[in-house]
Write a protein that binds this ligand. Structure first.
Ligand SMILES: *[C@@H]1O[C@H](CO)[C@@H](O)[C@H](O)[C@H]1NC(C)=O
Ligand SMILES: *[C@@H]1O[C@H](CO)[C@@H](O)[C@H](O)[C@H]1NC(C)=O
Ligand SMILES: *[C@@H]1O[C@H](CO)[C@@H](O)[C@H](O)[C@H]1NC(C)=O
Ligand SMILES: *[C@@H]1O[C@H](CO)[C@@H](O)[C@H](O)[C@H]1NC(C)=O
Ligand SMILES: [Ca+2]
Ligand SMILES: [Ca+2]
Length: 440
């Protein structure tokens, strides 16, 4: 500090005070007084220069300090990766481009992904891979049309144009002899005698509702049942029944597949929930899970322990790892909790759709993990799902590819907790998805 320290200032004040005291004591003459004043002025000048120098010194040090501090602040700003667009004919999930964030890609129906399905932002501001692109899948490349049918590409599906005499969606069937539209011939239950009245010289005939007037080969009039199922079964017309239509004389009725019941509107089907009600559908020790068109009895098992690792069942759908020995790193990296979840879905759900959310439950009073990572770690549903962070605390499982039933899929998702970037624990949710045969 030197010249600008408080000690230098005190010294200066003492020097100023002393000559005044001496003058009053010994009555200095005018010459002596002038000399003393000049000396003091010189001294003051010297002090003034050193004082100014000290302040300059301090100023420059402060400026240097300010520089460093603002530079450090700039370094702390989160690193981000370049923005990514969705591939053309595809979609992108994830809109945060900060370090450790993930972006997932999928393609629209009829296209297939070329490149990685997800990329992660690295600490140096680059992505782990190139942005993928979507390539058109040619639906006709497998030559699906039989008997010389012509294949026509559509969105996510093909269509066969069949030669005369062939029918079916792949031209695999022989055409049936034609039946007049809307009529059932041959079955006497479906034809009635018309009500006729002679008006002047003409005969006027009419039929009951649900029948239409038709003429037989012999030229007589007959009331023929209207086949509502056939009329409405044709493409582009409004649907009559959610599932199946049965033609009846004068009318029709809708039916549902087994495991479903017809709803009050007489057209729609709803699943029968076998798991409610007094009768126990499942053996003791298992839990009934209602599915579209049926039910399942489940009894999830905890993984078998090995070495120092063991699990204990804490509820019908949850297993917890017993405490690890202090020095077992291997044990600490196995899931701390494993939970089991069951979902029942109809076929052909519109995607993308969020099916499951996973979040931390931090104990009140304890600081929670300060970052989470989510991922898919197992199962047999590759490509159908992505797991992504939806906010700081939550990850969500999104179905991105249409699922057609009946089928059962499993997807295991992992949530890992980190505190200051160091791994704390992970939790696994094993999700079993029952997809029914029908879209209702
Ligand atoms: C960024 O880091 C990754 C691995 O950590 C490395 O492979 C890559 O080359 C780095 N990129 C740049 C531009 O430094
Ligand atoms: C085609 O024939 C198969 C039996 O060979 C039959 O099950 C199917 O319903 C038929 N489809 C059509 C559209 O006629
Ligand atoms: C079990 O823990 C002990 C220390 O408590 C360790 O020496 C041993 O290697 C562990 N065994 C396994 C299989 O991890
Ligand atoms: C997937 O795994 C579940 C449970 O292990 C099994 O029931 C199902 O049949 C499997 N599905 C496929 C498509 O492999
Ligand atoms: Ca009818
Ligand atoms: Ca059911």
């Amino acid at each position: 500090m030197g010249p600008c320290s408080p000690r230098a200032l005190v010294l200066l004040l003492l020097l100023l005070a002393r000559p005044g005291a001496r003058a009053s004591q010994s009555c200095l003459n005018r010459q002596q007084l002038l000399t003393t004043i000049r000396q003091l002025q010189q001294l003051l000048k010297g002090q003034e220069t050193r004082f100014a120098e000290g302040i300059r010194n301090m100023k420059s040090r402060l400026a240097a300090l300010q520089n460093t501090v603002s530079k450090v602040a700039a370094d702390v700003r989160p690193v981000s990766c370049p923005a990514l667009d969705a591939p053309s004919d595809g979609r992108k999930f994830g809109s945060k481009y900060l370090v450790d964030h993930e972006v997932h890609f999928t393609c629209n129906p009829g296209f297939r992904l070329v490149g990685p399905s997800s990329v992660v932002c690295l600490a140096n501001g680059t992505w782990t891979g190139e942005k993928p692109h979507c390539r058109d899948i040619s639906e006709c490349s497998s030559q699906p049309c039989h008997n010389g049918g012509t294949c026509v590409e559509g969105v996510n599906q093909y269509r066969c144009i069949c030669p005369p005499g062939k029918t079916g969606n792949r031209c695999q069937n022989q055409t049936q002899p034609a039946v007049p539209e809307g009529g059932v011939v041959g079955d006497p239950a479906f034809s009635r005698a018309p009500r006729c009245a002679q008006m002047e010289r003409e005969q006027h005939c009419s039929c009951e509702a649900g029948f239409h007037l038709s003429s037989t080969a012999g030229g007589n009039s007959v009331c023929q049942d209207v086949n509502e199922c056939k009329i409405y079964g044709q493409e582009g017309r409004p649907w009559l029944c959610m599932h199946a239509c049965v033609n009846t004389p004068g009318s029709y009725r809708c039916t549902c597949p087994s495991g479903y019941r017809i709803m009050a509107d007489g057209k729609s089907c709803e699943d029968v929930d076998e798991c409610v009600g007094p009768q126990h559908m499942c053996p003791q020790g298992t839990t009934c899970i209602n599915t579209g068109g049926g039910f399942q009895c489940v009894s999830p098992e905890c993984p078998e322990g090995s070495g120092n690792v063991s699990y204990v069942k804490t509820s019908p759908f949850q297993c917890e790892r017993n405490p690890c020995p202090m020095d077992s790193r291997q044990c600490r990296h196995l899931p701390k909790t494993i939970s089991f979840h069951y979902l029942s879905l109809p076929s052909n759900l519109k995607t993308p759709i969020t099916l499951f959310r996973m979040a931390t439950a931090s104990v009140p009073g304890h600081p929670g993990p300060n970052s989470l990572r989510f991922g898919i770690v197992g199962g047999n549903s590759s490509g159908h799902f992505v797991m992504q962070r939806s906010d700081r605390q939550t990850g969500e499982l999104i179905l991105i590819q249409t699922l057609e039933g009946p089928r059962t899929l499993e997807v295991d998702v992992d949530m890992s907790e980190y505190l200051e970037r160091s791994f704390q624990a992970n939790h696994v949710s094993k999700i079993t998805i029952f997809v029914s045969r029908y879209a209702f």
